[in-house]
Ligand binder design. Structure first.
Ligand SMILES: NC(=O)C1=CN([C@@H]2O[C@H](COP(=O)(O)OP(=O)(O)OC[C@H]3O[C@@H](n4cnc5c(N)ncnc54)[C@H](OP(=O)(O)O)[C@@H]3O)[C@@H](O)[C@H]2O)C=CC1
Ligand SMILES: CC(C)(CO)C(=O)C(=O)O
Length: 334
């Protein structure tokens, strides 16, 4: 994976679809380095961005971006970035389809294959995949707090274009295999479900030995499924292919170093994880695209992923009721 500093060929017209935690940060940073940025947003978020600008603070510094904000794009940009949750991708792309015709697009999304789904829907191949390794909270309209910095990883068709563009604004790397990188990120995203079920921060959940045990069990299922399916996991944030094997097969005492290292990387500012943020906003979560993707991949190759299946059900229960569950419910899973 090559680090990219990028050069600024010219001011470009960039559209960011979904100005939430990740899209808001990317949009504000692109504005800060001089691009002409338009974001799509809706409701209170749109009103706040129109009234006060898009404000980011935390790890990448403070910046207020006075960007154009619309519900849907009105014209074709030079390049576009989709940063909505997997649950909103079809709706957001369909609403902006005309403006995205033939436009290079980067899909920054957790889960597997978001860029392929977008390419199918748009009917063109100029779509790159992106993974964000930062952690950001967006709980107040128009305001994003970056709680931990991290690279944005891009790859696939148009990967080099977006590595150059984003490299001007944020730490960015290009991966030779977006699929392998998405699987490694999927393993990292096993930190998302349990905080969303119990309502605690990711760091507090990993500190709890009983919850960490269940998280590790879900990571083991992810690593074993990916390895059995022949995935070439790409190194991300120190999570090397060797460590993926440790997660899959080493004794628990050794393997639990992986979630503990993820906690260290997330730093001291409590991070809720994007799944819990959806719950707190009363929205549907991406759990089907994260833990559900592991269950589906396991089934396709004749394996099972019972811990992930149970976590999917519990997240859906919290989505339905809006009430977090006692940690004992999760501790019983492994
Ligand atoms: N937050 C984080 O720390 C990280 C998130 N990720 C991943 O990045 C992706 C984006 O997540 P995140 O930024 O957290 O999500 P957010 O929910 O914070 O942001 C998505 C934004 O898109 C808006 N949106 C959704 N659909 C539309 C639409 N049709 N038109 C206009 N706006 C729309 C949402 O508005 P509304 O609220 O009205 O739905 C919201 O403001 C996800 O796949 C996530 O898993 C990856 C790494 C870290
Ligand atoms: C790793 C983590 C938890 C960082 O916030 C993430 O990717 C997410 O929230 O979706």
């Amino acid at each position: 994976m090559a680090a990219t500093s990028g050069t600024s060929p010219a001011r470009q017209r960039i559209a960011v679809i979904g100005a939430g935690a990740i899209g808001g940060t990317i949009a504000a940073r692109l504005d800060a380095v001089g691009h002409e940025v338009t974001v799509t947003a809706r409701g209170e978020n749109l009103a706040a961005i129109e009234a006060h600008g898009l404000r980011i603070k935390g790890g990448f510094g403070a910046h207020t971006a006075h960007v154009a904000a619309l519900e849907t794009l009105a014209e074709r940009p030079d390049a576009a970035i989709l940063a909505v949750k997997a649950t909103g991708a079809v709706e957001a792309l369909s609403a902006n389809r005309a403006s995205l015709a033939g436009v290079p697009l980067l899909v920054v999304q957790n889960g597997l294959g978001g860029e392929r789904a977008a390419a199918r829907l748009l009917g063109h191949e100029r779509v790159a995949g992106g993974i964000s390794l930062m952690a950001a909270n967006s709980l107040e309209p128009g305001i994003v707090t970056v709680t931990a910095t991290g690279d944005t990883i891009v790859g696939g068709t148009e990967g080099a274009r977006f590595a150059a563009l984003l490299g001007e604004a944020l730490p960015t790397s290009e991966t030779p295999s977006i699929e392998g990188a998405q699987w490694t990120k999927l393993l990292i995203n096993m930190v998302n479900a349990i905080p969303a079920i119990v309502g605690h921060s990711v760091q507090d959940v990993i500190r709890d030995p009983g919850l960490r045990r269940v998280m590790l069990a879900s990571m083991r299922e992810t690593a074993r499924t990916g390895l059995a399916a022949g995935v070439a996991f790409q190194p991300l944030q120190g999570l090397t292919p060797l460590l993926v094997r440790v997660v899959a097969y080493a004794p628990r005492r050794l393997a639990q170093q992986v979630p503990l290292r993820i906690k260290e990387r997330l730093g001291d500012v409590p991070n809720l994880g994007s799944t819990q943020q959806s719950i707190r906003r009363g929205q549907l979560t991406e759990v089907d695209a994260i833990n559900g993707a592991v269950v589906d991949a396991a089934v396709r190759i004749g394996l099972e992923a019972p811990v992930n299946a149970a976590l999917v059900e519990l997240v859906h229960e919290v989505e339905r009721t809006g009430d977090f569950l006692p940690p004992s419910v999760v501790r019983g899973l492994a």
